[in-house]
Design a protein around this ligand. Structure first.
Ligand code: NOJ
Length: 510
């Protein structure tokens, strides 16, 4: 790695273009299907750039478009240098990037660097033998022992984010590998300098291509706690996850963020935002401090936990309790005041992992949907930080309720249903579905509703989209909001225009 002596830690104090930006998240699979195969694609994004320019945003965060077997919709990358064929080609990508730039819109890529797909060549090499040079690219451990039946016991009791043990046994080489997410997403070993070097050169490759920055997926779990201690909260029957308890924010995360910034981002004029669950406002001063030389901002999760029931009988997000407005305000206020003058923040209600905000913190009835969507938008955009709009939020898109688990596509919800209803029999079908209706990630992943035609205009008539369109598309769609000057869309448009224009000093910097 390069010598750090001549390196000047970047300062993020004062005016910066990314503080004044408004970001729009595109989840490509569900955005716009240009080639009529039922799956959103890059040409579909290019087609809608004038629409996004009309909304007024100036940055797109693009969820992963890299080659992937799609176990986790692209968050399992098998080739960091290629485009997933479902989405198109590298030429389509270049065309999208160029056209976005012509519209004054920058593109952030999604850097998934905690793990790869198990189909990534590094992992294929790694699992092939214990003395393969790539063995140490991932986290392999011997079993703790063997039970009476001769089954290997995992090195510790960590639970994966999606339920079940975070360790997978590899019969061929007689060791376990770690996967904090699906077993098809083995965790990379950041302790290995070669892994870090390979990742950094990949990041530079994309930055050299002209992309404008990165959102860093699950970046605060790259440093695992020394000694791999057991997680006292693990309860497989409750479907817990070990991330918040023992895995998040390990001791090396900050040195590695400084190194990553020095080796990559600091050499370009780009924007970075880290996804950091289980992170406090005090921690954020390190992650996104004006003088720490790490990231520009992070996504914290505190307000996303406001409707979890900590005493519930399910783990993490799945135990629901109605949220308290005072608690939501307290959390937002805490972040605003702790960060002020020290670090920059991000502002969001929605993303591809969260339910739709108008259903969650608003009221999605015919009577109040528009009003509450506008009110939520106003609250968010008048806080300090860089705001993010998730696709369809500007239309007031709502949660969805499919009758059968067969209609769901997200492995997180499907695993939850199988684990809690079928395997552990702790929940009835109705109870399991109810939890998925409230917290499932597919709420955010149904196709964007462009108009009142078949498939909401996402895919042409006669095509079956990869996930069904929310049946409310005849009433809630882009064509309808664009035709109504009092709509949610134009409310967002005004907020964005004020932030980026006349009220910049007040809304961004005051
Ligand atoms: C966070 C991403 O937003 C989510 O969609 C994904 O499943 C996990 N990280 C694993 O990459």
């Amino acid at each position: 790695m390069s010598n750090s002596e001549a390196y000047e830690v970047p300062s993020y104090e004062g005016r910066q273009w990314w503080k004044e930006a408004v970001v729009y998240q595109v989840y490509p699979r569900s955005f716009n299907d240009a080639n009529g195969d039922g799956i959103g694609d890059l040409k579909g994004i290019t087609e809608k750039l004038p629409y996004l320019a009309k909304l007024g945003i100036n940055v797109i965060w693009l969820s992963p478009v890299f080659d992937s077997p799609n176990v986790d919709n692209g968050y399992d990358i098998s080739d960091y240098f290629a485009i997933m064929s479902d989405f198109g080609t590298m030429e389509d990508f270049d065309e999208m990037l160029e056209t976005a730039h012509e519209h004054g819109i920058k593109i952030l890529m999604d850097l998934v660097a905690n793990h790869t797909s198990d189909e990534h060549p590094w992992f294929k090499e790694s699992r092939s033998s214990k003395d393969n040079p790539y063995r140490d690219y991932y986290i392999w451990k011997d079993p703790k022992g063997f039970d009476e039946d001769g089954n290997p016991i995992p090195p510790n009791n960590w639970a994966s984010e999606f339920g079940g043990p975070a360790w997978e046994w590899d019969e061929a080489t007689g060791q376990f590998y770690l996967h904090i997410f699906f077993k098809e997403q083995p965790d990379l070993n950041w302790e290995n300098e070669k892994v870090r070097e390979d990742l950094y050169s990949m990041v530079r490759w994309w930055l050299d291509k002209g992309v404008d920055g990165f959102r860093l997926d699950a970046i605060n779990i790259i440093s695992k706690p020394e000694g791999y201690p057991d997680d006292p909260s693990t309860d497989f029957e409750k479907h817990t996850s070990s991330i918040p308890f023992v895995i998040a924010n390990g001791t090396m995360v900050h040195p590695w963020m400084k190194e990553l910034t020095r080796e990559t981002f600091s050499r370009y004029d780009v924007m970075t935002v880290g996804e950091t669950s289980a992170t406090s406002p005090e921690d954020a001063k390190l992650w996104a401090g004006y003088h720490t030389g790490e990231l520009n901002m992070i996504f914290h999760f505190d307000h996303m936990g406001v409707d979890n029931d900590p005493n519930g009988n399910l783990g993490g997000k799945w135990s629901y309790a109605p949220y308290k407005l005072t608690e939501l305000k307290r959390i937002l206020n805490d972040w605003q005041t702790t960060l002020a003058g020290n670090a920059w923040g991000s502002l969001y209600w929605n993303n591809h992992d969260q339910p739709r905000v108008v259903s969650r913190f608003g009221n999605d009835s015919d009577e109040f949907r528009t009003l509450s969507a506008k009110q939520l938008a106003t609250t968010l955009h008048f806080m300090q930080g860089t705001p993010y709009i998730y696709q369809g939020e500007e239309l007031g898109m709502t949660n969805v309720k499919f009758d059968s688990i067969e209609d769901y596509r997200d492995g997180d919800s499907i695993r939850f249903y199988e684990d809690m209803h079928i395997d552990h029999k702790r929940l009835s079908h109705e109870e399991a579905m109810q939890a998925i209706y409230i917290k499932g990630r597919d709420n955010a992943r149904t196709p964007v509703q462009w108009d009142a035609s078949a498939n909401g205009g996402f895919s042409p008539e006669g095509v079956t989209p990869w996930i069904a369109v929310n049946p409310n598309y005849p009433a809630i769609n882009a064509e309808a909001v664009l035709a109504d000057e009092d709509s949610i869309f134009y409310h967002y448009q005004q907020l964005v225009a004020l932030r980026r224009g006349k009220l910049k000093d007040l809304m961004v910097y005051a």
